[in-house]
Design a binder for this molecule. Structure first.
Ligand code: DHB
Ligand code: MG
Length: 208
């Protein structure tokens, strides 16, 4: 176990209520960590979210954390391209008691996004990274002043700072961050993280 994992375990035990019966069978290991999931819940509570949009459901782990942070009576829409992952997510969401709250939509995110109306109070961008520039445009379109946009995986073991990167996922994250930086309605930061998923980071952008 790395020191980062060791510390994650310690902090998780102290601070993070476990999500019981979550099934990640057959999923790539890309879910947020428990500590990161808890951060998403707290961010949803800080913005007093009544409506949350998530791009990239995977098995629904972050979805459940976000749903926990949603206001009573709120709604959450989560977009997943894989029918298989969406089925696993639906089961996990039902088991966690959020079937009435979370709406899992299957299909390419950009197609589903075009059918949605905002505003959402919080948007979590965690789907395929190469489409992040397009996702940012849709996230802002579906926002109101005060919406918080959170993006996962903006550091990617440091690759984000490599100007010669030819990985389309890295290029997608770089372009996303440039667009955030130059957007007149966004104030943003990015925080590097280490932990049981290695070295990565979150970007946070507040819409004005
Ligand atoms: C990948 C995607 C993620 O959302 C993540 O958190 C980690 C890795 C990936 O596609 O490699
Ligand atoms: Mg991610």
């Amino acid at each position: 176990m790395t020191e980062w994992e060791h510390v994650d375990r310690y902090l998780e035990r102290l601070l993070v209520p476990p999500l019981d019966r979550f099934d990640a069978t057959g999923l790539p290991p890309h879910e947020v960590t428990p500590l990161q999931g808890r951060l998403l819940e707290l961010l949803a509570r800080v913005v007093d979210a009544r409506s949350i949009l998530e791009l990239g459901t995977l098995g629904g782990y972050s979805t459940i954390w976000l749903a926990r942070g949603l206001r009573e009576g709120g709604r959450l829409v989560t977009l997943e391209v894989s029918p298989e992952y969406a089925r696993v997510a639906q089961q996990n969401i039902e088991r966690a008691g959020f079937a009435e709250v979370a709406d899992v939509r299957v299909g390419p995110a950009l197609e589903t996004l075009a059918t949605l109306d905002g505003p959402f109070d919080l948007v979590f961008v965690d789907a395929d990274k190469r489409s992040n520039p397009d996702y940012l445009g849709e996230a802002v379109r579906l926002s109101r002043p005060g919406t918080l946009i959170v993006a996962d995986n903006v550091v990617r073991s440091g690759a984000v700072a490599d100007q010669d990167a030819d990985d389309p996922s890295v290029a997608g994250v770089q372009r996303f961050l440039e667009l955030v930086a130059e957007h007149p309605r966004l104030d943003a930061t990015a925080i590097q993280t280490v932990g049981s998923k290695g070295w990565d980071g979150f970007a946070l952008a507040l819409v004005s």
